[in-house]
Design a protein around this ligand. Structure first.
Ligand SMILES: NC(=O)c1ccc[n+]([C@@H]2O[C@H](COP(=O)([O-])OP(=O)(O)OC[C@H]3O[C@@H](n4cnc5c(N)ncnc54)[C@H](OP(=O)(O)O)[C@@H]3O)[C@@H](O)[C@H]2O)c1
Length: 263
């Protein structure tokens, strides 16, 4: 895909991987709408992108944990950009506690709203016009936690597994449509989410000890891989590359994760 002049919506752009992806796409000449809850952080990013000489992104504050907000975001994005060529479903929240504690409580349901239903609502609103035009791209940021769940992250691994399998299904459904579907599996990437998780007081002894030894990547490097995947029509990104075998050998990966992280 030729990126210059394309129009993209990046969710979760106020920090971390989403911010890095927004900056990388803007540097390629992509015209952006950026969204997250924190308006000031988005405005600061838009100013920074504009001062680099790129088109100032449209800033759209939204809370994707609330049902209906994703659909409204799609409408606002179309009003701001005219059309959307690239949808980057990146925003997500981390869960807390064990599955037996989380159950089907309000927080668990909210997590699914943010991490799964909102990307699906954006897909329904923005992908059919791409299909009609015969070109576009959807990038869904899942997690290696979808394959090797890390304990005590609530329903987070399930939300990411649901997103990953939906992405695979979407890819089959859109085969031959001209719309590219990219599935991203970050492992550990040094962002506010990663740092908050590492600092949690409720991590087990083994997890606290071994987490520090596991390879951690950079958001800017992942963003460059994403740009290159869009250009070269790649389907899947696993980053850092040292975790590349995880989706290929899930049983072994889960065993290794249990040995390293479960008390
Ligand atoms: N970092 C890692 O090691 C890692 C590993 C595996 C997968 N991932 C995935 O990579 C993606 C980016 O993660 P990250 O590490 O960059 O996380 P992050 O630093 O916590 O950033 C998350 C982004 O999502 C936005 N967001 C969170 N809840 C939201 C809500 N309810 N409504 C709208 N926006 C919301 C946040 O903005 P506001 O707070 O301003 O709303 C922020 O821009 C996520 O899908 C994450 O699951 C990350």
């Amino acid at each position: 895909m030729e990126l210059r002049g394309r129009k993209a919506l990046v969710t979760g752009a106020s920090k971390g991987i989403g911010e890095a992806v927004a900056r990388a796409l803007a540097a390629e000449g992509v015209v952006l709408a950026i969204s997250a809850r924190r308006l000031e952080a988005l405005e600061a990013l838009a100013d920074s992108v504009a001062s680099s000489g790129a088109v100032r992104p449209s800033v759209l504050a939204v809370d994707l944990s609330k049902r209906g907000e994703a659909e409204a975001l799609a409408t606002r994005t179309l009003a701001a950009l005219g059309n959307v060529d690239i949808l980057i479903n990146n925003a997500a929240a981390e869960g807390e506690g064990s599955y037996s504690e989380a159950g089907d409580g309000e927080h668990a349901r909210e997590l699914f709203e943010t991490n799964y239903w909102s990307p699906m609502a954006l897909t329904r609103a923005l992908v059919p016009p791409m299909v009609a035009r015969g070109s576009g791209a959807v990038v869904n940021v899942s997690s290696l936690g979808a394959i090797t769940p890390i304990p005590r992250t609530g329903h987070y691994p399930s939300t990411k597994a649901a997103l990953a399998i939906a992405t695979e299904a979407l890819r089959v459904e859109l085969n031959g449509s001209g719309v590219q579907v990219v599935l991203v599996f970050p492992g550990l990437v040094n962002t506010p989410m990663y740092r908050a998780f590492k600092a949690r007081p409720d991590l087990g002894i083994k997890m606290r000890r071994n987490f520090g030894f596991m390879p951690v990547g950079r958001a800017t490097a992942l963003a460059q891989l994403l740009v290159s995947a869009l250009r070269r029509e790649r389907r899947t990104i696993v980053y850092p590359r040292v975790y590349a075998a995880t989706p290929l050998i899930p049983t072994l990966s889960r065993w290794v994760t249990r040995q390293l992280l479960a008390d």
